[in-house]
Design a protein around this ligand. Structure first.
Ligand SMILES: [Zn+2]
Length: 333
C-alpha cells in the first residue's frame, strides 16, 4: 500500500482540517492523526484518504467527515510526543492560553463538538499488537457521564483489531488521588496540572463530554511499517460502518481480548528505573519485580495482570506504568 509523503510545516502556527460534506444528512465523523507529534502512521493514512476523496476514488454518500492529518503541528515539527506539554491531557478550552497545547485545545475542542464520532489514531513506543481504547459503560456519574456505550463499542469492534482497553479516566482519577496523597505525605510542592483530575481529559474524553462518542486506535509501534495500513484500514471500515461511504458492510469482531486498566503507578523521581524493558501487555504476576526507585525501593506488581503504557522516560509525578486485568472472560466489549 502506497502512502503520500509527510508534509513539511514551515511555521507550526496554524491548524489545518479538511472537511467533506455529503448532500444527504448523516453522522459527522472526525479523524485525528499526530495528536502526539511522533505518531505519524495515522497522518499518512489520513492524507491517503483525503487524496482519495479529492480524486473521486471515494465519495461521501451521507453525513460529513473531517480529516486532521496533523493535530499538534509543533510536536510534529519537533518529531516528538509533545510540543510544550502532552496534548492528550487537560484538553479543555481556556481564555488564558499559556502553552502551545492550550491554543490547540481552543481550536480542537470546538471542532470536536461539531461532530458526533471521533476516531483518534495513535501509535505506541514498544510492543506489536494494535489495539483500541474505548470509554466507560453508560452512567450518570460526575466524572464521565455517558449514553453511547453500545455505539462506541461497536465502532471499536469494526476497526479490525481484536484487543481492547478501557478504564482510562477512572484509573487516572484514582492515580491523581494517590499522587496528591503522596505529595502531601512527603510535604512536596503541588506539581501543578497533573494533580488535577481533569488532567486525564484527552481527545476522547473531550468528545464524550460534548455529547459524542470516541475510540482511540493504537495502530502499532511508532516505526512499524504496517502502522499506516492498519490505520487506513480502520478509517475505511469506520466510513463504511457509519454508512458515510457505500460499500460492503463491516463485520464486527466476535472474539477479542478486553483489558481494563485498574491502577497507575507514578514515578517519584526522574531516575526511577524499570528492571527490564517492559512492553505494553507483558504479563505480570503479583509480587514480580517491575522496577527500582532511585532511593533503592523495589516496585513490585500489585496484582496478577498486564503492564500497559510503561514509560521509561516519564518524569517524577507522572505516570510510570499502568496495570490492567483481563476481562475477556466476561465476554462483552
Ligand atoms: Zn499517542
Amino acid at each position: 500500500m502506497q502512502f503520500p509523503a509527510l508534509p513539511e510545516i514551515p511555521h507550526p502556527l496554524q491548524f489545518k482540517s479538511v472537511t467533506f460534506t455529503a448532500l444527504k444528512p448523516g453522522p459527522k465523523l472526525i479523524v485525528l492523526g499526530a495528536v502526539h507529534g511522533n505518531e505519524v502512521s495515522g497522518s499518512k493514512a489520513i492524507l491517503k484518504v483525503i487524496g482519495e476523496f479529492e480524486r473521486g476514488e471515494l465519495l461521501l454518500s451521507t453525513g460529513q467527515v473531517t480529516l486532521v492529518p496533523i493535530t499538534n503541528p509543533l510536536a510534529y515539527n519537533r518529531r516528538q510526543r509533545n510540543g510544550d506539554r502532552n496534548l492528550n491531557r487537560n484538553l479543555t478550552p481556556t481564555n488564558t492560553p499559556v502553552d502551545f497545547e492550550d491554543h490547540v485545545a481552543n481550536w480542537l475542542c470546538p471542532l470536536l463538538a461539531q461532530h458526533d464520532v471521533l476516531l483518534d489514531i495513535h501509535s505506541f513506543q514498544k510492543g506489536e499488537v494494535p489495539f483500541a481504547l474505548f470509554g466507560p459503560e453508560n452512567n450518570r456519574g460526575t466524572l464521565q457521564p455517558f449514553v453511547h456505550a453500545r455505539a462506541e463499542r461497536e465502532l471499536a469492534r469494526c476497526l479490525g483489531v481484536t484487543r481492547f482497553v478501557d478504564g482510562w479516566l477512572e484509573t487516572y482519577a484514582k492515580g491523581v488521588e494517590n499522587r496528591v496523597a503522596y505529595l502531601k505525605a512527603n510535604q512536596l510542592p503541588d506539581a501543578g496540572l497533573n494533580t488535577d483530575p481533569r488532567y486525564g481529559m484527552g481527545t476522547t474524553e473531550c468528545m464524550r463530554s460534548s455529547g459524542g462518542y470516541a475510540v482511540t486506535l493504537e495502530c502499532g509501534q511508532h516505526e512499524a511499517p504496517t502502522g499506516p495500513a492498519v490505520a487506513y484500514d480502520a478509517i475505511d471500515r469506520t466510513l463504511r460502518h457509519l454508512g458515510l461511504v457505500e460499500g460492503a458492510p463491516v463485520e464486527l469482531v466476535q472474539q477479542w481480548q478486553r483489558l481494563t486498566l485498574v491502577e497507575v503507578i507514578d514515578k517519584q523521581d526522574d531516575r526511577d528505573e524499570f528492571c527490564r524493558a517492559w512492553s505494553s501487555f507483558d504479563e505480570i504476576r503479583k509480587g514480580e519485580l517491575i522496577g527500582i526507585r532511585h532511593g533503592g525501593q523495589e516496585v513490585r506488581a500489585p496484582r496478577d495482570g498486564f503492564i500497559v503504557f510503561p514509560n521509561s522516560t516519564s518524569k517524577a509525578g507522572q505516570e510510570w506504568f499502568y496495570v490492567a486485568i483481563d476481562q475477556s472472560a466476561l465476554g462483552c466489549a
